[in-house]
Design a protein around this ligand. Structure first.
Ligand code: MSS
Length: 368
């Protein structure tokens, strides 16, 4: 029998053995590399969790349809319930949800934040209503608006200034109107509280931080949110430099891949060795994955397997290598439809965001 579960209630239903738990207050847990399967989607029980604030009280999912969202910066501002949103439209999309800091653990300067390796990411399927359809039913954005600013429904500690703690992110208005959705379902079931239920914003191709959980306010704004989460956090800057609004923000994801199996903890016999992994990009579909079994000296093309769930999902790939006794450094390198290829080296930056270095994500396996 297993010991009493050590995960808090909000995530007690997760498959604990599948995770590296980086922290529980707030909850920060990544999927182990070896725990990723090969059938494209990551089941809810194995999908990573990243919360900036404590998970809200479960009473908010007791009556999901009663959840309210206020729409502002539109011609006919209104508060709609989830029940009303469900009548406006229905759209389903598969995306890779990935934390901006996924791969931070590979930065040698000790970037502050969760020391994620590969597992703060997963492909899932969402159902909800397109932001565009809701906004059109409210007369469209008012003129002069440039961003969609969304706010999480967490109760904020009264002692702290709102903008220093609130989970609020702005994305370009065009992106929001193009394909963002308000999702109430993930992988075929009502969205779990820990993943943002009853309702979450999903921004396909954008980093996790933009996918606001428990979304309570959706506003078109002329400027980016004044929240620290928008102004100074999630900004790419050189090591030692503070975050500032003129630095690039974590919107579109970059092209990335990694090998999941075999894992170093399994015995591997010499001969044919099957490798598999995942590959994805931000706004462009991934087109090609190459694999190297000699630490990047030579590359060969891998084969995509499994269903193609669209440009925002990840593709599984596999490769059969002929490996002799000894230690081998296995790397993968993806290229997307815009021609972007994963670089060898990470882009050094203060907070360790956006790591897509193929070298950092390589694994060492011992055969024989
Ligand atoms: N939302 C809210 N409301 N809150 C919080 O905290 N976080 C972020 C997103 N959203 C939050 C939100 C992050 S940061 C992330 S990644 C994500 O979410 C995650 O998700 P999941 O579901 O996995 O947990 Mo980084 O970039």
């Amino acid at each position: 029998a297993k010991d009493a579960p050590s995960l808090p209630d909000a995530v007690s239903w997760k498959d604990e053995d599948a995770f590296i738990v980086h922290g529980l207050n707030p909850i920060t847990m990544e999927t182990r590399r070896a725990a990723f399967g090969t059938s494209t989607l990551v089941p809810d029980t194995r999908l990573y969790i990243r919360n900036n604030l404590p998970v809200p009280d479960p009473t908010i999912v007791a009556n999901r349809d009663a959840w309210q969202v206020s729409f502002e910066g539109v011609k006919k501002p209104k508060t709609l319930t989830l029940e009303e949103l469900k009548k406006i439209g229905l759209h389903t999309v598969s995306t890779v949800l990935q934390c901006s800091g996924n791969g931070r653990g590979f930065f040698p300067h000790g970037a502050s934040g969760s020391q994620w390796t590969v597992g703060a990411a997963g492909a899932v399927v969402w159902s909800g209503v397109r932001v565009r359809d809701v906004i059109e039913s409210l007369g469209g954005p008012t003129s002069g608006m440039k961003f969609l600013t969304s706010t999480g429904g967490e109760e904020l500690p009264a002692a702290l200034e709102r903008n220093t703690v609130v989970v609020e992110r702005s994305i370009p208005l065009e992106k929001a109107m193009d394909d963002a959705i308000l999702a109430w379902e993930m992988n075929g079931a009502p969205l779990e509280l820990a993943h943002g239920g009853p309702l979450r914003l999903v921004v396909p191709g954008y980093y996790g931080c933009n996918n606001i959980k428990y979304v309570a306010r959706v506003a078109f704004t002329a400027e980016e949110s004044k929240a620290s989460m928008q102004q100074t956090s999630y900004r790419i800057r050189p090591i030692g430099v503070s975050g500032a609004p003129d630095q690039p923000t974590m919107w579109e994801m970059n092209v990335k891949s990694w090998v999941n199996h075999p894992t170093a903890d399994k015995e591997i016999a010499p001969g044919k060795v099957l490798l598999d992994g995942v590959a994805f990009s931000g706004m462009d579909p991934v087109e090609k994955v190459e694999v190297s079994v000699d630490g990047g000296k030579t590359w060969q093309q891998a084969e995509f397997i499994g269903p193609n769930l669209g440009r925002y999902a990840w593709r599984q790939f596999m490769f059969t290598a002929e490996l002799g006794k000894g230690t081998h450094t296995i790397a993968s390198r993806a290229t997307d439809a815009s021609g972007d290829t994963q670089p060898k080296a990470r882009v050094e930056n203060e907070r360790g965001y956006g790591n897509n270095s193929w070298q950092d994500h390589a694994i060492e396996i011992t055969v024989g």
